[in-house]
Design a protein around this ligand. Structure first.
Ligand code: PRP
Ligand code: GUN
Ligand code: MG
Length: 175
């Protein structure tokens, strides 16, 4: 049988679609930074790629941090989670700043869902502060600071994954 198109799979998976605009995302990142500003100071920001790159840039700008590193992890193929792969860890230089355990380092990701990614990063840097913009209930206990909680059956659509498109009128069956 032919595979379903990926947009159909995403639609079926998206029990509750939660689309986020650039404007909203920027606002939520700034709200996250207000909270983080009370917790720091931090030596460096570590973005979990790729989704963490955008919030990390905004948070780093607002906190005045210029040392930014990445942990590169691949897990979801679009909306299906496979095995986690650490494609790249943090640099030796950043590891030193965090005393080997991540103390004083700020890890940023766009969201936690099942918490698998967060758990892996926590194992790498147990004393780092882990912040996400959005959190679903299963992953929430792994996060130190987040802004908005959404239900586990929500699928968040980020502005870098979406584009404006025509919507049929509600009366004609639009969701
Ligand atoms: O809590 P979890 O169930 O582990 O899911 C959360 C992770 O899933 C997404 O990343 P993804 O692996 O899709 O890669 P991307 O950031 O490159 O889009 C998201 O950006 C988080 O990093
Ligand atoms: N875009 C997106 N990626 C995810 N990865 C895990 N959960 C989600 C989600 O709700 N939205
Ligand atoms: Mg990610």
């Amino acid at each position: 049988m032919a595979d379903k198109p990926s947009d159909q799979i995403a639609q079926e998976r998206a029990g509750r679609p939660f689309p986020v605009s650039w404007d909203q995302f920027h606002r939520d990142c700034r709200a996250l930074t207000w909270r983080l500003n009370e917790v720091g100071p931090f030596h460096a920001v570590i973005a979990i790629t790729r989704g963490g790159l955008v919030p990390a840039a905004i948070v780093a700008r607002e906190l005045g941090l210029r040392v930014i590193d990445t942990v590169c992890i691949a897990s979801y193929d679009h909306d299906k989670q496979g095995d986690l792969k650490v494609l790249k860890g943090i640099s030796e230089q950043t590891a030193k700043l965090g005393g080997g355990t991540g103390k004083g380092l700020l890890i940023v990701d766009d969201l936690v869902d099942t918490g698998k990614t967060g758990k892996l990063v926590r194992e790498l840097l147990p004393d780092a502060h882990f912040a996400t913009v959005y959190a679903k209930p299963k992953g929430r206990p792994l996060v130190d600071t987040y802004i908005t909680e959404v239900s586990q059956d929500t699928w968040i659509y980020f502005p870098w994954d979406t584009a404006l498109s025509f919507q049929p009128p509600i009366r004609d069956g639009a969701a």
